[in-house]
Design a protein around this ligand. Structure first.
Ligand SMILES: NC(=O)c1ccc[n+]([C@@H]2O[C@H](COP(=O)([O-])OP(=O)(O)OC[C@H]3O[C@@H](n4cnc5c(N)ncnc54)[C@H](OP(=O)(O)O)[C@@H]3O)[C@@H](O)[C@H]2O)c1
Ligand SMILES: [Zn+2]
Ligand SMILES: [Zn+2]
Length: 406
């Protein structure tokens, strides 16, 4: 929506270069533990206080982040995508949310304070453009089977970016805010060639579909791929299935309303589940299906019937109620595997961004000022995004630019 009044774009690479060059010119010492060159962050964000937050009742206010350690990075937030999980959490849809809660786990911004350990581990410097996804912590111990294998998403001590608790007992707060304080292991550098507003929704929405596509052989053993739900995650599914080399990419949506868009995103086929006989007509035609559906009211048996023998169905959408019952025979007869997948690791995020740069993957993003977050969550729930809203912290962009100009 480049012509929308809500559209805001800024060139973050030049901003970062500008900040770095001004810092150098002004003879300020760049030290990983010298936060004095920027004002101490005062953490303010959109606080949800009860389930009505999802109806647009978040209030802007202060909160206390985790205590800073040398493993942490403070980020001045410029962008944050709105993910379906934010809404589930705001309304306590998955269980009671520990209010007050600041949601948002598709965070992009500028590193303004970098702990010495974090600098060493991640090579991130003050002034770098960085991002954070849905995970902000795990045990990172050598004797953790999952952390040691680079599978941090399966660590039993995983910390989500919001609504969770760090090992020190402090709460985690997300990106509908001015700042984020995040353990450096979970902070990624954003490569040149990705706009901040495009990179933000990739931190969760993008990687949540990229990771299971990649792990389940999209473009190699799985040449025919279906994506259920053309929403934020689903549209990334179409884009990444194509980028990973799938020969056939089929969008599966409730109606035909998104058909033309899906085709522009790379879909070679489209199934509208309101059409008669859609399941029979397309039975046995796909090797891999990623389902992003956020509601329990889905025709799961029919989705499974679209798979060819030995096909795989991976659920990533996270409805607030149980999935529909299925007959065992819908799995047995064709040797179908039914699975799930949770977000992506920092390495997955880096790999995804590299692919996005190489293949020029361009997500469909609508930017919204951070000040309008309440309106945006309501419109999200109404299914309005085409196809991801990205909140833009215009105040911070201006402050970062002014600081650079000093
Ligand atoms: N597994 C993970 O790690 C992970 C990570 C992030 C998000 N999620 C979850 O993934 C889900 C999708 O998130 P999102 O941000 O992509 O949300 P979204 O933009 O709202 O997309 C969800 C899509 O699901 C489809 N849908 C909705 N209701 C449906 C219904 N009753 N029957 C069939 N399809 C329906 C719609 O597509 P059509 O209009 O095309 O039918 C909709 O666009 C959420 O539950 C979210 O919490 C999971
Ligand atoms: Zn671990
Ligand atoms: Zn998410």
């Amino acid at each position: 929506m480049p012509n929308s009044p809500l559209h805001y774009s800024h060139n973050k690479q030049s901003l970062t270069i500008l900040i770095s060059s001004i810092i150098l010119k002004s003879n300020l010492k760049i030290s990983s533990n010298l936060p004095k060159m920027v004002p101490q962050p005062e953490f303010n964000g959109w606080l949800g206080h009860d389930a009505s937050a999802a109806e647009g009742n978040m209030t802007w206010g202060p909160y206390t982040p985790k205590p800073f350690t040398e493993s942490d990075i403070d980020i001045q937030i410029t962008h944050c995508g709105i993910c379906g999980s934010d809404i589930h959490t705001l309304r306590s849809g998955w269980g009671e949310t520990p209010y007050p809660c600041v949601v948002g786990h598709e965070i992009i911004g500028t590193a303004i304070r970098v702990g010495s350990q974090a600098a060493k581990e991640r090579g991130i410097k003050i002034g770098d453009r960085v991002g954070v996804g849905a995970q902000s912590g795990s045990c990172l111990r050598d004797d953790c089977e999952y952390c040691a294998a680079g599978e941090e998403t399966h660590c039993p001590n995983m910390v989500m970016t919001y609504g969770s608790r760090f090992a020190d007992g402090s709460k985690s707060y997300g990106g509908y805010a001015d700042f984020s304080r995040t353990p450096g292991h979970f902070v990624v550098k954003i490569p040149e060639g990705l706009e901040s507003e495009d990179a933000a929704p990739m931190m969760c929405g993008g990687v949540t579909v990229y990771a299971p596509l990649k792990r389940n052989g999209c473009g190699t053993t799985a040449k025919r791929v279906g994506i259920v739900g053309v929403g934020g995650l689903g549209h990334f599914g179409l884009l990444f299935a194509k980028a990973l080399g799938a020969e056939k990419v089929v969008a599966i949506s409730r109606t035909s309303a998104k058909k033309a868009d899906a085709e522009k995103m790379g879909a070679t086929g489209f199934i509208a589940t309101e059409d008669e006989n859609w399941a029979k007509k397309n039975a046995g035609t796909l090797d891999l299906i990623i389902s992003t559906v956020s509601s329990p009211n889905m025709p799961l048996s029919e989705y499974l019937s679209l798979l060819a023998p030995k096909g795989q169905f991976i659920q990533v959408g996270a409805p607030e109620d149980v999935l529909p019952p299925i007959s065992a025979f819908s799995l047995i007869v064709k040797g179908i595997k039914l699975g799930g997948s949770l977000i992506g690791t920092p390495k997955d995020i880096e790999d995804m961004m590299q692919l996005a740069v190489e293949k020029k993957v361009k997500p469909w993003i609508q930017t919204v000022p951070m000040t309008e977050a309440n309106k945006a969550v309501v419109e999200f729930e109404e299914g309005k995004p085409r196809y991801r809203f990205c909140l833009v912290n215009e105040k911070n962009i201006e402050k970062l630019a002014n600081r650079a100009a000093i």
